[in-house]
Design a binder for this molecule. Structure first.
Ligand code: DGY
Length: 322
């Protein structure tokens, strides 16, 4: 049997590259492939497995002629891959779940605290030399303790966020397709409450998004949602940008329909909607939810292990379309 060939669209952190090189031939393009180049690379017959980033669009058109056997995505989210198209062509798709839960929940809390306490504004105030000493009403923010956190989606990251938020004295309610049975809530049993989406939108002080990006969740937060939120509420997004209609968000923030937003993800990354970066009531991070050295190394290990298993014809640990 010949060694498999891995097309690695962007080098993985170690030990990912080391593992792949030990298992077969590794091809790394000199720059990010265009859509046409990716289509050609996937259908050339020269690569067995694609090791992809969330920035690689593996849509229906790209996969229509694909000959690769597997796609190992270096992310827990896999909205960059058309799973139906991949399944139709017998291509397995894998992701890296579980290992970035705590890091992403930490960033969710960071955005809650930063928006509530005007961290970005305050930092800019000091660095620009405006700080003249303590004042009773300088840069006053909102309370986090006692505030209501509404989680939209209740997967791993939402639950880890709930645990952290409870530690900060927040009340936590969540929405999901169905209420989670008490016995399946683990340490959150009796400490979080299920509510329908419209109630969560209307009553939350912090509305935090934790759903995958699908056709159903695209622009889940839109003009109507933002108008239904309290004018004192904050929107937090560490999930995927297109869940929010970003232009509607800019309008809502500008018109004071909501108090602020903490975002780690954007509709058209790396672009952000016009006007967003000028608004003082935002904290804007460049998609850093999982960005700790150890988490990225663990993701790389999982991603490489998934790719190697697929290359060997074994069932990988994290296939999303087995
Ligand atoms: C993911 O894994 O989906 C994050 O967005 C990046 O780590």
């Amino acid at each position: 049997m010949t060694d498999p060939t891995f097309l690695v669209t962007t080098p993985l952190p170690e030990p990912g590259m080391h593992m792949l090189r030990a298992a077969g031939k590794v091809v790394v393009p000199e720059r990010q492939l265009t859509a046409d180049e990716l289509t050609t690379a996937c259908s050339s017959g020269g690569h067995d497995i694609v090791v992809a980033q969330l920035t690689d669009v593996l849509d229906k058109a790209t996969l229509a002629t694909a000959t690769v056997r597997g796609i190992s995505n270096f992310a827990v989210g896999y909205d960059n891959v058309d799973i139906t198209a991949a399944t139709d062509r017998g291509i397995l798709v894998c992701n890296t779940p579980g290992v970035l839960t705590a890091a992403t929940a930490d960033v969710t809390m960071l955005l809650i605290l930063s928006t509530a306490r005007r961290c970005v504004e305050a930092d800019g105030y000091l660095r620009s030399g405006q700080f003249r000493g303590w004042q009773p009403e300088l840069l006053l923010g909102s309370d986090v303790t006692g505030a209501a956190l509404g989680l939209v989606g209740f997967g791993r990251i939402a639950r880890a966020t709930a645990e952290r938020a409870l530690g900060f004295g927040m009340t936590v309610h969540y929405t999901a397709r169905h209420p989670v049975p008490h016995d399946d809530l683990g340490p959150l049993a009796g400490r979080v409450r299920f509510a329908e989406l419209d109630e969560i939108v209307r009553t939350s002080d912090f509305l935090s998004l934790h759903v995958p990006l699908t056709a159903d969740t695209h622009h889940l937060v839109n003009t109507d949602t933002l108008r239904a939120m309290k004018p004192t509420a904050y929107l937090i997004n560490t999930a995927r940008g297109p869940i929010v209609d970003e232009r509607a968000l800019v309008t809502a923030l500008r018109d004071g329909e909501i108090a602020g937003a903490g975002l780690d993800v954007y509709e058209q990354e790396p672009e952000v909607a016009e006007g967003l970066a000028e608004l003082p009531n935002t904290t804007l991070l460049p998609h850093l939810g999982s960005a700790t050295r150890s988490v990225r190394a663990t993701m790389a290990r999982l991603c490489a292990a998934n790719a190697i298993a697929m290359a060997r014809g074994d069932m990988p640990e994290h296939a999303v379309n087995p």
